[in-house]
Design a protein around this ligand. Structure first.
Ligand SMILES: NC(=O)c1ccc[n+]([C@@H]2O[C@H](COP(=O)([O-])OP(=O)(O)OC[C@H]3O[C@@H](n4cnc5c(N)ncnc54)[C@H](O)[C@@H]3O)[C@@H](O)[C@H]2O)c1
Length: 383
């Protein structure tokens, strides 16, 4: 059977996501396995070309992982006819220009989210993709997480009856950086550098809600900057100008009310860093990154409110584990594999720039809702 090798220019690989999730957890293991196998038995192999600004960092990374090619010449690599795919995990503020150049050069594109800082830019990118005809994939990693795959299966099987609500809790304490070092990059906390938790997370919540429940129709948000000063990678104090928490309520089609808290200023008393509870007339489920537990109507206990008595119900023990029933590998890798097969087959990828634009739209409307103190409709985007 034939093997086709796709050369992938990978930009932003010195960063947290580009390095860990995309290079080390996705592309290198795919290369190591000899590529992705298509249903007809043919293979799609990958060959990364590392792209960035620092020769030293790229040389060191390439040597550490046995990657032969790297370059600081972004224009050169984007216009190199032997390169098939451009991948972008740079800081958000660099993304729209980089994706535009790559698509204009005829490259297939796989990119981190958000695709742009503004809705107008995100829509322009989606329109450009339609005219160039390249295959475009935008990271929708949460939908590939084992916990959410199981949750989606429960929806598909009609487990919930009529779905009433979803509540999500995302977050953890991000250290300020004065004592212990911060575990996220400092640009995340500066609005002028594309930071902010609303911009970062609402694009995820849009595709999670669409992927599990349906279209998001309205948004009501309250954002906050709980920690006003932080310390950067050089130990210098800076003003945190971006929001570090966003409390959102979303009307989802079919009358479902979704409420998701996102915060980098919360301490975890949960089983996972993100958890979603879906309640329906016939059952409920709680999904995290990995686990999903469910409780059917017939197994639902009858708690009776009485503050004078200690709790006797072991509530957490009353839920049943939802099995994976399949090998659910790293979510980023699984989306990469699907995208690579789409490129090889010359077909669109299901999570594209139009979906990404709706994510940017939700973030933009979330910030506006908070600033104006009101609920906003989410208009349909026409490309
Ligand atoms: N899918 C997810 O779950 C997820 C999680 C975190 C971040 N992200 C997204 O991934 C992207 C990168 O985030 P990160 O946390 O890895 O950030 P990071 O700061 O660790 O990495 C940013 C990368 O961009 C490069 N860079 C920085 N400034 C640049 C400039 N002016 N010009 C060119 N390159 C520049 C850096 O060298 C680095 O390679 C962001 O857009 C972020 O929204 C996605």
């Amino acid at each position: 059977m034939s093997t086709r090798t796709l050369r992938i220019a990978m930009s932003g690989v010195t960063g947290r996501m580009g390095y860990r999730q995309h290079l080390v957890r996705s592309i290198l293991p795919i290369r190591e396995a000899g590529g992705v196998v298509a249903p007809d038995g043919s293979r799609v192999q990958v060959e990364p070309v590392l792209v960035g600004r620092s020769e030293d960092k790229l040389r060191e990374l390439a040597a550490r992982h046995g990657v032969e090619e790297w370059t600081t010449d972004v224009d050169g690599v984007v216009n190199d006819p032997s390169v098939d795919v451009y991948f972008d995990a740079q800081v958000t503020s660099r993304r729209a220009a980089a994706l535009t150049a790559a698509m204009k050069a005829g490259k297939h594109v796989f990119t981190e989210k958000p695709t742009a800082e503004t809705l107008d830019e995100a829509v322009d990118l989606a329109r450009l993709a339609m005219t160039t005809g390249v295959t475009v994939g935008v990271v929708h990693d949460k939908l590939y997480l084992p916990g959410l795959v199981k949750l989606r299966r429960l929806v598909d099987e009609g487990f919930f009856g009529r779905i009433l609500s979803l509540r999500g809790e995302f977050g953890y304490w991000v250290f300020e950086g004065d004592g212990q070092p911060a575990q996220r990059p400092s640009w995340n906390y500066r609005a002028e550098d594309g930071g902010g938790i609303t911009v970062d997370m609402f694009c995820h919540w849009n595709y999670v809600l669409e992927g599990i429940l349906g279209r998001v129709e309205t948004v009501t948000a309250r954002t906050a900057t709980h920690i006003p000063a932080r310390w950067d990678e050089q130990g210098r104090e800076y003003a945190a100008t971006a929001d570090d928490a966003a409390y959102g309520i979303f009307d989802v089609e079919g009358g479902v009310v979704a409420q998701i808290n996102s915060s980098w200023a919360v301490r975890v008393f949960r089983d996972e860093l993100v958890e979603f509870q879906v309640d329906g007339t016939h059952g409920s489920a709680v999904a995290g990154l990995n686990r999903c537990v469910a409780q059917h109507r017939s197994h639902t206990p009858m708690p009776v409110w009485n503050p004078d008595l200690p709790v006797t119900e072991p509530f957490r023990d009353q839920w049943l584990e939802v099995p994976a029933n399949a090998e659910l590998d790293n979510g980023f890798k699984r989306q990469w594999e699907e995208f690579l097969l789409d490129v090889a087959a010359g077909r669109p990828h299901r999570y594209d720039l139009a979906s990404a634009a709706r994510g940017v739209q939700l973030a933009e409307l979330g910030l506006r809702s908070s600033a104006e103190g009101r609920r906003l409709e989410v208009p349909e985007i026409v490309l």
